[in-house]
Design a protein around this ligand. Structure first.
Ligand code: PEP
Ligand code: MG
Length: 577
């Protein structure tokens, strides 16, 4: 049966491959009394061995794609499996209670989990509890003969289907095999979408119910440019999608010719085109795509890929690698932005009704709980500053006093390092993200104290429109071209320029081809986007005239009432294919 679905086009690219369902199977079972306990023990041994073999493969794949450190979690799992005390107790329970292997396993592991979890104040023990829970699931799956999904073990061309993908699930996808992913929920600015663009994996999000319609092994045709997904496509549809994929590849080849070119408009004005990164490994893509700077390094991924808070030295190494990789070009590092859809397994965050409006980002950093973690990060950044052109920015600033508190930590730690005889660059710019409407409105006051602004439209739009960026039901409100958003952006750029400061943008809007002309017209200085959007943006800017874009943007913010009117007006000013 051929079925067609439409979702949110979240990452460009076209793919035809088999579906791989990343959904949790049913692991429920019945407790039964057994006569032959030897047979149950033997079943347990087989399941333990199969789990061990599977984990070894996953571990090897993780080492290859993410490095030794990120694979450490699988070592911990292997250790649990090989723990003679635990395995002995499971077998003992099977014999004593004459019960099935599933029950023996569950009873004993539940007991161990309860003991470890009871040691509240010991994060190491909490982690062990989490390891045992994970391993139990794997062994149970083998006992029940069901398959646990594992994105890191995909080893043939596939399209991953999931209800949602967390940023860490996405990081595990191997782009050599995963050609696309399709989810039930999520929007263009959810972090899995942003990572898909960095990894150059096609993605369609927010289809509502793809996981209910598609079975493992169904063939899917996915177009991440249009948001179309066809299940079990006909030969004609496969040919159509393949042709679309080839056209996209040809267009990319044309953009690639601009890799070493300057970013100049038709009338010769220069704009800075920068790229957003999540890990030092992404720098390669930044350079391959000819970006002139890193405009946003999301450092929270350093925390998320780790088993514990990264040390000052680990962070220093990461920042140094990025600065050196960029060879003297500017690198804007954002201090950690945990919270919202980004959680740390080892950091006990309060459960909140509205995490995007809660305790996150700078709010954590300047709180008593976050102070030590924040100082560690600032010190690592300061130490790295001698390896390139470092710029630091703080996320989620609502109040001027929040900026001052963070800047005070920067000043204090700089003084401390200098007193310790550690070299620190003396030209580090310190700026803020503008992603809360209050800061956008008060930009004139902020501009007196900061060195630069970087507008985070992913959050700025969600907060201005009061529409969750992760929720596809309200994705119609995610309107970058709405005059309300454009007026806020205009206000921020004007305020920066009045104080001789620069204004950039690192939200996804900066790489949106329909937004770029407006942003050029509003005078944005720096555009930071997924590395994969840099070349097409350079190609677009080359065709546009600044004075014309100024007139267009000015009319958009003074005459238009809706996003549709703004886009209709574009036709009078832009004539590019
Ligand atoms: C933003 O909010 O626009 C932004 C760039 O930050 P993040 O997407 O990481 O919240
Ligand atoms: Mg943000």
């Amino acid at each position: 049966m051929t079925d067609m679905l439409k979702g949110i086009a979240a990452s460009d690219g076209v793919a035809v491959a088999k579906a791989y369902l990343l959904v949790q199977p049913d692991l429920s079972f019945e407790t039964v009394t057994v006569e032959d306990t030897n047979a149950e023990e033997a079943r347990l041994d087989v399941a333990l061995q199969a789990s061990q073999d599977e984990l070894s493969v996953i571990r090897e794949n993780a080492v290859a794609s993410l490095g030794e450190e990120a694979a450490a979690v699988f070592d911990a799992h292997l250790m649990v499996l090989a723990d003679p005390e635990m395995v002995g107790q499971i077998k003992e329970t099977i014999r004593a209670k004459k019960t099935n292997a599933e029950t023996g396993l569950k009873e004993v592991t539940d007991m161990f989990i309860a003991i470890f979890e009871g040691m509240d104040d010991n994060p190491y023990m909490q982690e062990r509890a989490a390891d045992i829970r994970d391993v139990t699931k794997r062994v149970l799956a083998h006992l029940l003969g069901v398959r646990l999904p594992n994105p890191a073990a995909i080893s043939e061309e596939s399209i991953v289907i999931a209800h949602d993908l967390t940023p860490s699930d996405t990081a595990q996808l191997d782009k050599n095999f995963v050609k696309a992913f399709v989810t039930n929920i999520g929007g263009r600015t959810s972090h899995s979408a942003i990572m898909a663009r960095t990894l150059e994996i096609a993605a369609v999000l927010g289809t509502n119910n793809i996981t209910e319609i598609v079975k493992n092994g169904d063939v899917l045709a996915v177009n991440g440019i249009t948001g179309e997904v066809v299940i079990n496509p006909s030969e004609e549809i496969i040919a159509e999608f393949t042709a679309a994929g080839e056209a996209y590849a040809a267009q990319k080849a044309e953009w690639a010719l601009l890799k070493d070119a300057q970013t100049v408009t038709a009338d010769g004005k220069h704009f800075e085109l920068a790229a957003n990164i999540g890990t030092p490994k992404d720098v390669e893509g930044v350079n391959e795509n000819g970006a002139e700077a890193v405009g946003l390094y999301r450092t929270e991924f350093l925390y998320m890929d780790s088993q514990d808070f990264p040390t000052e030295d680990e962070q220093y190494q990461a920042y140094k690698a990025v600065l050196e990789g960029m060879n003297g070009k500017p690198v804007v590092v954002r201090t950690m932005d945990i919270g919202g859809d980004k959680e740390l397994p080892y950091f006990d965050m309060p459960h909140e009704m509205n995490p995007f409006l809660g305790y996150r980002a700078l709010r954590i950093s300047i709180s008593e709980t976050g102070d030590a973690m924040f100082r560690t990060q600032i010190r690592a950044l300061l130490r790295s500053s001698v390896h390139g052109q470092l710029r630091i920015m703080f996320p989620m600033v609502a109040l001027l006093t929040e900026f001052r508190a963070a800047k005070k930590v920067f000043d204090e730690e700089k003084a401390n390092l200098l007193a310790e005889g550690v070299a620190v660059a003396d030209d580090i710019q310190v700026g803020i993200m503008i992603e809360i409407p209050a800061a956008a409105m008060l930009a004139d006051q902020f501009a007196k104290e900061v060195d630069f602004f970087s507008i985070g439209t992913n959050d700025l739009i969600q907060y201005t429109m009061a529409a969750d960026r992760m929720n596809e039901q309200v994705s119609y409100l995610y309107q970058p071209y709405n005059p309300a958003i454009l007026r806020l952006i205009a206000n921020v750029i004007k305020a920066a320029h009045a104080e001789g400061k620069w204004a950039g943008m690192c939200g996804e809007m900066a790489g949106d081809q329909q937004a770029v002309p407006l942003l050029m017209g509003l005078g944005l200085d720096e555009f930071s986007m997924s590395a994969t959007s840099v070349l097409r943006t350079r190609s677009l800017m080359k065709k546009l005239d600044t004075a014309k874009m100024q007139e267009y943007a000015n009319r958009a913010i003074t005459e238009c009432g809706t996003a549709e009117e703004v886009l209709a007006l574009a036709k009078e000013y832009i004539d590019v294919d």
